[in-house]
Design a protein around this ligand. Structure first.
Ligand SMILES: [Zn+2]
Length: 212
């Protein structure tokens, strides 16, 4: 399903709308540190890569971010994102799709991984180690895993997670990215509460309940 997926401008525009809605929800809550400051947009530049799967991600050049307007606080709050998976240079959708393609290839062949994804095999290998290791210790995975019966095979992450979702490849990516979005920030605790409710925006669609 993911071996022929090409994520175009429309896909990333849909994710951008979701990110904007999440940022709006975080801003509406006000500053989490001082409790009385208003949060204003203070976006910053990103230069994401997409490999051959998501070359159009290069149109996503701004990570939405917020800053408290209260003197003496000025705390930055970077909302959860469905486009940027933390500080990784590659878009979150590409990390998910490239890892899934690499796992589907079976025997590890750096050349085949590079050819199929446009991402260096060493990079994909590093991502796969993260999915199987540190990711399984995150609150996001623990919460997801508690709802997945039978248990998801950690050795096959993230493919085993995507396989539990309904819809085509793009819809699955859209749902998974919303589930993973709380992982993409350290400055907005409990980010999932801001992601809930924005999933029905136009763009990558799917039913998050299907993962339950
Ligand atoms: Zn503040």
């Amino acid at each position: 399903m993911f071996d022929e997926v090409v994520l175009g401008i429309e896909f990333f525009e849909g994710l951008t709308r979701i990110d904007a809605a999440i940022a709006g929800a975080v801003a509406a809550g006000g500053c989490l540190r001082c409790g009385c400051g208003r949060l204003h947009r203070s976006d910053y530049d990103r230069k994401p890569c997409g490999g051959t799967i998501g070359a159009a991600v290069e149109t996503c050049r701004r990570r939405f971010s917020l800053c408290c307007d209260r003197r003496g606080c000025r705390r930055r709050a970077t909302p959860p994102s469905v486009r940027f998976l933390g500080r990784r240079v590659y878009a979150g959708a590409v990390v998910l799709a490239a890892c899934t393609v690499a796992l589907a290839l079976g025997a590890w062949s750096p050349k085949a991984v590079r050819r199929a994804t446009g991402v260096p095999a060493r990079t994909v290998g590093r991502w796969l180690a993260w999915w199987r290791g540190p990711f399984t210790a995150t609150a996001v995975f623990v919460a997801l895993a508690s709802r997945l019966v039978p248990a998801v095979a950690t050795a096959d992450l993230p493919a085993s997670l995507l396989a539990r979702l309904a819809g085509d490849a793009k819809a699955c990516l859209g749902v998974a990215l919303r589930q993973l979005a709380p992982l993409t920030t350290t400055s907005v605790p409990d980010g999932s509460r801001f992601v809930r409710g924005v999933g029905d925006d136009p763009g990558p669609s799917g039913d998050p309940q299907k993962m339950a």
